[in-house]
Design a protein around this ligand. Sequence first.
Ligand code: E4P
Length: 216
Amino acid sequence: MELYLDTAEVTEVREVAEWGVLDGVTTNPTLVAKSGRPFETVIREICEIVRGPVSAEVTATDVEGMIREGRHLAGLNEHVVVKLPTTVEGLKACKALSAEGIKVNMTLIFSANQALLAAKAGAAYVSPFLGRIDDISWEGMEVVREIAEIFALHDLPTKVLAASIRHPRHVTEAALAGADVATMPYKVFKQLLVHPLTDIGLKRFLDDWEKAKQQA
Ligand code: E4P
């Protein structure tokens, strides 16, 4: 399973990339706006660090605009994956860009049928937003599971990218549900590693080692 950071903060990408376990990055207009930095500079810098798939989202909502922006974004770096909203216009743009060999991540997916349409339009990735589904008292992980099962049953090559992840348990469950990728905020990525028993265990090993050295 691939693990991505969901961020537009270059310092976060640099830090986690150094761990050697970061496969890619997703961004969205909200995250880029929050970074306060120019969109294209951020995308270029992230691509240079991660050297894996980096999703950059269009802001046009009409098909011509999406295709124009998508081609431009794809030209920024070979690692750019163009993110498109799952609308009728988005599907048309996905079909056109995918036919040109540009990788597309269809975003804002909240149902298995939306994912099925995106896959048929040639998307390389579909992004079910599981946290936002949970927010409306539905079962986000169930949508991820359904999509993964449908793609496996019908041999669809589109990858399931579990998005809108809110806590480490979401990552475990997305992996079990068959997601190919989980994208998460920096805070959650760091939480994946933390376990109090690891810290307690390490402290005990080192304390015992010191005691043994003093007795020798
Ligand atoms: C994914 O590509 C999105 O950027 C992201 O996961 C949205 O997460 P949120 O619902 O926490 O904003």
